[in-house]
Every structure is written in C-alpha cells, then in structure tokens.
Design a protein around this ligand. Structure first.
Ligand code: FEO
Ligand code: CA
Ligand code: CA
Length: 662
C-alpha cells in the first residue's frame, strides 16, 4: 500500500525538476563508472557476468510504432484520469473475484450494508494485492484451469462500513490539532476486518466462451485470515520473544496481517509477505523508555498511543502494553500449500522479520534455492536468502520445510556498479555482543539493526524483486523516497541517485556467474521513472519522446519473451493520473521502450500482475478503488454502479485469444 496511508499524513509531493542533481551529471558519472568497470574486468582476466542471453530475443520481430525490432506489440494508451478502466486496443479488462464474493454455497451473498465476520470468512477478502496462478493439475502448464491465490493486504473501514468516520463534536473550522472526523468502530466491525485480511485460495476455470469463472465449493477454496492458527517455524520459533499469554510456547500465531506481495515456489506452494504490520499495534509507550522491546518496536514504527483501527480496544494482543511480544509474531513470510486446504500456514522465521515485500524463489546451479525479498520503507534494505539444502524436483514433500534452514544476506551496492551480499550471521561482520547482538534469533527478529551494523545500502523503498526467466537478471523495484537527501536524511548514492525521489526507479542486477547463490553482483540503473519531459528521468537509453510517463513502480512480472510488466502505486499523487500497468522490453533494440498498457480507476493502485503459462490471460489486482472517499460518499463505485467500491481482480485478455503483447 501507499506508505502514507494510515500513517496520519499524505506525503508531500513536489517536482524534482530543477532540484539537486541533473540527469546529465548522473549519466556522466555512470559513463565514467562503466569505463572503470571495463578496466577492472580486463584486469581480472575478463570475467563475464550475466548478459549472455541475447539469443532469447524474439527471432521474428515485427516492426513497432517506433520503427524498430520490438519484442512487444501493442500501442500505448494515454495516461488515464477518468472513472473507467482503460486497456490497450484489442484487449478486454473484466472485473473478477471482488471483495465479498462467496467462495462457498453456504456463504451469504455480498451485502455491503450487512457484512458479518462469519460471512466474510467464507467470502473474498479486501484489498487484493499479490496474485499467483497455479495450474491444475498440479505441476502442469494448463492455462484454462488452476488455483488463483490472492493476498488481502488491509482494510479500508471507511469504505466498508457506513458511518465509520463520524464528525468530531470538538472540531471547529480551522483547528489544526483537533481531527475533523473520529473513528466510530465496534467489535462487529473489527471482527469483519479481521476476516477480510489474509489470503484467498480460489479454484478458477475458463468456460466455453473463454471467460474465467470461480468454482464455488471447490475443495481447494480457502480463506486464511487474521484469526487462522498458523505455525512459527525455523530458528526463531519458540524463542522467548515470540511467547505471549495466549501462546506460552511461541509456536502458534493467530493469523497473518498486511499481506502485500509474495511469490510462488517451484514445489507448488506460495509465500505471502507480511508488510506494514506495525499499524495494527498500539501503546508502545506503555513499555519503559529503555525497554529493548520498545526500542525494537520503534525501529518498525509501532505507534506510541492508540492505533488508527483501535483493534486493541477489543483484542488485548494488539496492545503492546499488555502483550509486548505479539508484534514479534508478525512481519514474517508465510508459506501456504494451496493444494491442501487443511494444511497449516507456516511463518518462516529463517527469512527474517521486516516489512516484507516480494518473495521470489529461484533454483541455483547447485540446486539450492535463492529467495529475493526486501523491506519496503524509506532507507531500508534489499535481502536475499539462500537455502542450506537442495530443492528436490522429484519429491514435493521433501521440499516442504526447505525454507526453514538457510542464510539471510543483505545487499550492499557499491558506487562502482558492483555489489555484495553480506551474510547476516551471528559472530560475523560485527554481529555480536560488541554491537548489542545476543544471538542469531536477535538478528532475524530485527535484521534492520544488523543491516545498520554491516553497512548495507539504504534504499528508496524496495518493492518487488524478481528474476527475469529469459535473461536471468534480477529486477529490483524502488517505488519512491521523497526524503532522500532532504534535511537530515541520507543523501543520494549511485543506486539511489535522485534526491527527493518521488517517482521511483528500477535496478538491474547480474549475479556473478549467473548464479543466484553468488555473493557478488554487478548492477545498473534500468529506469529512472517519471515524466519523460523531466531531465532526471532515464529509460535505459531509449529515446524519451517515445515512452509513456510512469511513476511509483510496485509489482513486476515477465511475459514469455522476458518483457518486464510493471504495476504502479502512487501515480495519483506523483503524476496526477490514475495508476496503471506498463510493459517494457529489457533486451534488444527496444530495450527501455516503456509503454502504458492499462489504466485503473480513481483512488486505486494496481498490483499482483501475473500471466497464465500461455500468456493469454493477465490477472491483476485493483486495490483500494475509491480510496479518499467514504462508504457514504464514494468517489467511485467501481465495479458496481452505486454504493461503495469493491477491490477486485481484473482479467485482461486479447479479443483474438492471442498471447498478450504478441
Ligand atoms: Fe504494500 Fe510495499 O506495498
Ligand atoms: Ca503497493
Ligand atoms: Ca507492494
């Protein structure tokens, strides 16, 4: 979600035009760096890293509107700011699996004026984010039948319940310290919110007309919510800091929260990321000022007083003063087996605890798996985790707990275009008692502190991180950081090169030897997003007058040709247009030729784009449509014609049935 939401204030947005460093000076430094790199490679005996993948380019490219060979075929749409979805010519975009739709025949029909917790637990949740498509039967590449897994990141109670925001009788016109509106919540509302969080697993299939339909009562259909019991596994499970009065073992947690992005595993599970978990917890100031638990919670932004949602009023586990450790049980990645609706979700503590965004699992040449993930907050870090044991492609059960044993690394981007993955291992790199680190569990519970100690690179809000299956390079999305170089905050560096970075950028990484378990890499800037008319933008060197404007990249995916598809979160603030979906080739003559494919509805972000294996369907999430309005005064009713808006998926297909972008 947009970081500013539920944090009390909107980000201040202003143009970078004319501020700080110019693009020319950035480019000059990059060119200088490239010549340094070339010299270094020659001196090292000509080590070649990555980029041996040109053969993967389309063998029979078609002339593009730009008059060049192009792996991507559609005409860009204009940026949208209207009421409706817009998609490129020749495509349809249809709402699917909206909030409240029943997964089971014994669930109530969606009624926005009468949602109940029991009903919500059997209906689609709220604010869809990550989505993943797993073909049925398991392991096949079927593209007309499968499981769609969907994250439900958070609730917008002001859009879900009538009268949730009530006028404050103490407010007078112009008061700055007194809020104009007060939260008007109840146990019933909170219970619906708890069940609207989490994850959906839904069996879906294409009917004879080619339209996707939900299979109601499928044995795979499942809701996992903020009250579903799940296991803590790995090195931190059972640690004293995970024990609470409800769970003196520290092994079982109720629920998962703020499930933002995630990823699929090669063994057919999915991993969901707990991102902004801090917002559910209240009263950190109830702990003593020098209490290390309070200080650890402060690093993650837990509020000192009441939370905005006020769940702590009804559930003491969300009150830090009463249950100091409950917050240590959130901020993890959670692995779920969607093919077994009775399986227990597992919080994989080996991957560390932070505001997780993205979990992308890649098999390395040794058979180990590398997992790319990041911590989405300004000046936080990019991580990689490498399993101790090898993935077994022939024995699904043997991989069931592969994610419990491995090494967490943190990224350091050097200004010369190289970088390293620093292991976060107790006893190494200053991670010991001399720096206040007690043991490995302490590192995993608060890797931010470990990153500070080892000198990792502070990034501009890491969002999605994915490996391109065609060229094997890693794409790392930094969505924005308006505080970069502002006042006392850290200044620019080569990997976060723009001050007051309101538009975001994408970094392209080649692991040493093309091995995702490597501890060294090379990197370059792929995109500096924004309005191409602004001198600070950069589109991999492609002529800027031909590209679409785009800002605040969030989630990415790749089509079968390796083209990069990007969804955005934040353009209404940063470019004054709706969020959307974009695509850009990453190799060949059209590398950097960014085009807008789809535009969403007011107030929404687009997230979780995913193709079916044959690329004929693209699913994406429309999250928080109408944010900024209320249930009673909606700014849009999408996808309905009246009443409150409903977060939903969209299904995008070609009118000819051809692969998208071909
Ligand atoms: Fe929920 Fe980092 O986006
Ligand atoms: Ca987002
Ligand atoms: Ca995100």
């Amino acid at each position: 979600m947009n970081e500013a939401h539920y944090e009390g204030s909107k980000e201040k947005v202003y143009s970078v035009n004319g501020r700080g460093e110019t693009f020319e000076s950035i480019l000059a430094r990059r060119l200088q760096r490239r010549s340094l790199l070339a010299g270094a490679a020659a001196a090292a005996g000509g080590i070649v890293i990555g980029n041996a993948f040109a053969a993967a380019q389309d063998a029979s490219p078609v002339a593009s509107p730009a008059g060049i060979d192009d792996s991507l075929q559609f005409a860009a749409i204009e940026a949208g700011s209207g009421e409706d979805l817009v998609v490129a010519d020749g495509y349809t975009a249809v709402p699917f699996l909206a909030w409240g739709e029943p997964l089971f025949s014994d669930a109530p029909a969606f009624d926005p004026s009468a949602q109940t917790a029991d009903g919500q637990a059997k209906q689609l949740g709220y604010n869809h984010d990550f989505s993943g498509f797993l073909p049925l039967p398991i392991g096949s590449d079927t593209s007309d039948h499968g499981l769609l897994v969907i994250n439900h990141e958070y609730t917008n109670p002001e859009l879900m319940f009538t009268g949730y925001l009530a006028p404050n009788p103490d407010y007078t016109e112009g008061s700055e310290d007194i809020p104009e509106l007060l939260v008007n919540t109840s146990q019933e509302i909170v219970d619906v919110e708890l069940e609207a969080h989490g994850v959906t697993v839904a069996e879906i299939q294409r009917n004879a007309e080619g339209a996707w339909e939900l299979v109601i009562d499928s044995p795979y259909n499942r809701r996992i919510t903020a009250t579903t019991p799940m296991a803590m596994t790995g090195p931190v499970a059972g640690n004293d800091l995970t024990k609470t009065s409800d769970d003196p073992t520290g092994l079982t947690v109720l629920g998962t929260l703020n499930n933002c992005s995630g990823g699929l595993t090669p063994w057919g599970t999915f991993v969901t990321c707990e991102e902004n978990f801090h917002q559910y917890f209240a009263n950190n100031e109830g702990l003593a000022e020098d209490d290390p638990i309070r200080l650890s919670h402060e690093r993650f932004g837990l509020t000192s007083g009441a939370s905005e949602r006020q769940w702590e009023t009804f559930y003491p586990r969300f009150d830090v003063a009463q249950e100091p450790n409950e917050a240590f049980r959130f901020g993890w990645t959670v692995e779920i087996d969607p093919f077994d609706a009775s399986s227990q979700p597992k919080k994989r503590t080996s991957l560390g605890r932070f505001k997780h965004e993205a979990v992308n699992v890649w098999v390395t040449p040794s058979g180990q798996v590398a997992v790319y993930t990041g911590d989405d907050e300004r000046f936080e870090y990019v991580y990689k985790w490498v399993s101790t044991n090898a993935y077994d492609p022939d024995d699904r059960a043997a991989n069931a707990d592969l994610l419990d044993d491995g090494t967490l690394y943190i990224a350091k981007f050097d200004d010369d275009g190289t970088g390293s993955w620093i292991p976060l291992v107790f006893g190494e790199n200053g991670l010991d008692a001399s720096n206040g680190i007690a043991d490995q569990a302490a590192i995993l519970i608060n890797p931010r502190v470990a990153g500070d100690i080892v000198g990792a690179t502070k990034m501009d809000r890491p969002e999605d991180i994915e490996v391109n299956p065609v060229n094997n390079r890693v794409y790392m999305v930094m969505t924005n950081n308006s505080n970069r170089g502002v006042e006392e905050n850290p200044g620019t560096d080569e990997s976060n090169p723009r001050p007051a970075n309101i538009w975001g950028h994408i970094i392209e990484v080649s692991e040493a030897g093309g091995d995702h378990a490597a501890t060294e890499f090379e990197w370059d800037i792929f995109l500096l997003c924004g309005d191409p008319a602004d001198e600070s933008t950069y589109f991999a060197g492609f002529p800027k007058e031909q590209v679409s404007k785009m800002a605040n990249p969030d989630n990415i995916t790749f089509d079968a040709k390796g083209n990069l598809w990007i969804s955005t979160d934040g353009q209404p603030s940063s470019l004054d247009v709706n969020d959307g979906l974009f695509a850009v080739p990453v190799d060949g003559a059209s590398r950097g030729y960014l085009r807008q494919f789809f535009s969403s509805v007011p107030g929404s972000e687009v997230s979780g784009p995913i193709f079916t294996p044959d690329n004929t369907t693209l699913f994406a999430s429309i999250q928080h449509p109408g944010e900024g309005g209320t249930f009673d005064e909606p700014v849009t009713s999408w996808p309905e014609t009246s009443g409150p808006p409903r977060p939903a998926m969209v299904v995008i297909q070609s009118t000819t049935g051809a692969p998208i972008g071909s």
